[in-house]
Write a protein of this length. Structure first.
Length: 420
């Protein structure tokens, strides 16, 4: 690589589109071209756009179109083409590329997610990756005692994939179930060698020190495990047949002034203030906040649709939303994402922010959205006189949840009456 004007070699590590050794040569070359009436040379293009491989050439063109539509920077588009050049150059024409190869073979500066996105749009991607939860199941069940490991592993896989008579469970459910069962199995392993040796007395003894939700979750997890073992013929009798889960009365108190001030100190950015305002005024859940889109907003008429429930926009959420939209417009002016909350990662696509986004900004700093949301519903119940129908209509709650909030509010009102 040499300078187009003076012919000197360019410094090592220079960009591929660099044509001059410094700005002086660039200015002189432009001066002599304009003096001689010579048009400027064509702009540098990535070699993949003019490749002899038609698959690579079409993939590079699609990457260019995708970058223009999603607001990719020029360097991000060029890095994506570098990754496409590597994976498509090593793959026979017309054969799909495996996702594991995309993640391991592309250069470090290229984004595997963007390369996979281009290949997926062209139907040239084969997803052969293993879910992280499967790896987690394998690693955790190996640590269990030998007599229980294989059966517990099969149970967790059925929870994950489902079977002919059961639907798949969420990954969070699998983590909770295993967390409840694991200490009990390790305790039983000191005297038992298999699930079939567990008796009703063993189960009762293990559950005796547990209280509240911890006991309830352990009972549900044990019933699921032994029901699976019974159906597969791994045990002779189910020791959890007569176990019953107890209804736990929810207890909720209004937030104190100290808690409100703590939330105000933490929520300082426009995004944080918007999230807290939606939970504090409209009692919005975290999932509904993450999935809120620009189409759900009617700013001229002060209306907002949260989880399919249209309602009037409060003053505090309205002001915080305007502040966030102004920052969003300045930071990501060309994003195609229609979700209200976006970050540097989702601004290049169309998906919502992850649950970890809310945890990193609020939960890890001591702000619990569910606590704020519950306080809002409770405050409304105390104001209207514990009317469950009113709560169900205003906050789009189920009849059961609305009744529970009404009972809590009525108990608080009765306590205040007794004190007076």
């Amino acid at each position: 690589m040499t300078c187009v004007h003076c012919g000197k070699p360019l410094p090592e590590g220079s960009r591929r589109d660099r044509a001059y050794c410094d700005n002086k040569c660039r200015g002189l070359a432009s001066y002599y071209r304009s003096k001689a009436g010579v048009p400027p040379p064509p702009r540098w293009q990535h070699p993949a756009l003019t490749s002899d491989n038609p698959v690579l050439r079409s993939a590079a063109a699609h990457a260019t179109q995708l970058g223009e539509a999603n607001g990719w920077s020029p360097s991000l588009g060029q890095c994506a083409m570098d990754g496409l050049t590597v994976v498509l150059g090593e793959c026979p024409p017309g054969k799909p590329v495996k996702l594991t190869k995309v993640r391991t073979r592309i250069p470090r500066h290229a984004s595997s997610h963007r390369v996979a996105e281009v290949l997926s749009d062209l139907e040239l991607l084969e997803d052969d990756s293993v879910l992280a939860v499967r790896t987690w199941i394998e690693s955790r069940t190996v640590e269990l005692p030998v007599g229980f490991a294989r059966d517990v592993r099969a149970w967790l896989l059925v929870l994950l994939d489902g079977d002919s008579r059961a639907k798949p469970r969420s990954q969070s459910c699998i983590y909770v179930y295993f967390g409840c069962v694991r200490p009990l199995l390790e305790n039983w392993a000191t005297t038992r060698e298999h699930l079939r040796e567990i008796t009703v007395t063993d189960v009762a003894t293990a559950l005796s020190p547990l209280r509240g939700w911890q006991r309830r979750n352990a009972i549900v997890a044990l019933r699921s495990l032994f029901r699976f073992a019974k159906k597969r013929g791994l045990i002779f009798a189910n020791p959890t047949t007569r176990l019953k889960t107890e209804d736990i009365q929810r207890n909720l108190l209004p937030m104190t002034d100290a808690e409100v001030l703590a939330v105000q100190r933490v929520a300082v950015t426009p995004a944080q203030r918007l999230i807290v305002a939606l939970a504090a005024v409209h009692a919005a859940r975290a999932t509904a906040i993450r999935r809120l889109t620009l189409d759900d907003l009617d700013l001229p008429n002060r209306r907002i649709t949260i989880a399919g429930h249209a309602q009037r926009f409060g003053e505090l959420p309205h002001q915080t939303l305007l502040a966030w939209l102004a920052q969003r417009r300045i930071t990501w002016p060309k994003t195609p994402n229609r979700h209200v909350l976006i970050n540097a990662k989702t601004a290049l696509g169309t998906g919502p922010v992850s649950a970890e986004y809310l945890k990193r900004h609020l939960l890890h700093q001591g702000v619990y959205l569910e606590r704020i949301r519950g306080d809002r519903v409770l405050h409304e119940a105390l104001t209207v006189g514990a009317d469950p129908l009113h709560l169900a209509l205003v906050f789009n709650l189920s009849h059961t949840a609305a009744s529970q909030y009404a009972v809590i509010a009525q108990n608080l009102l009765d306590d205040q009456t007794g004190v007076r």
